[in-house]
Write a protein of this length. Structure first.
Length: 155
């Protein structure tokens, strides 16, 4: 009769097998979603937004641009929805401080829209909010290249 605290050979081998199996790859993991971001080199809030999307698992490819208005014109971002930085992901445009979770929803839902925007630079948005403060009190708009918009999310 063994003592309750004594580990049996069967229990030991089962534990080792469990540890070994836990370390095996479980199929192919999805690669991070690539997002191409265009921003001004000197914009601090843009850099904070880049960190926000990276922390959410996006693979950020960042390009510092001198002529953001020219780039926005070229990409077809309407004047009415413009902000400080522009991104391209999954065939959509992302304008301004759009939360990463909303970008994920966009990529899942795939609505008929050119992209998402948070026009201007509202204080409660990712990249604009103070570290540790609540992200809230703004709308994320779905937009078309003709400038028409609808509310995609409220925060």
């Amino acid at each position: 009769m063994s003592e309750p605290d004594t580990l049996s050979r069967r229990g030991f081998l089962g534990g080792v097998a469990g540890i070994w199996l836990a370390g095996l790859p479980r199929g192919k993991t999805a690669a991070p979603t690539a997002i191409t971001i265009y921003k001004s080199r000197s914009c601090g809030c843009c850099a904070k937004w880049v960190e926000h999307v990276k922390a959410a698992g996006f693979e950020a490819r960042v390009h510092d641009e001198e002529s953001m208005d020219g780039l926005k014109d070229e990409l077809g971002v309407p004047q009415e929805v413009r902000s400080c930085h522009t991104a391209v992901v999954g065939g959509f445009l992302i304008e301004g401080h759009v939360p990463a979770a909303d970008i994920r929803q966009l990529l899942t839902r795939r609505p008929k829209a050119a992209g998402l925007a948070v026009p201007g630079m509202p204080a409660g948005t990712p990249g604009m909010a103070e570290t540790g403060s609540r992200i809230a009190d703004f709308d994320v708009l779905a937009f078309q290249t003709d400038g028409s918009t609808s509310v995609f999310a409220r925060h």
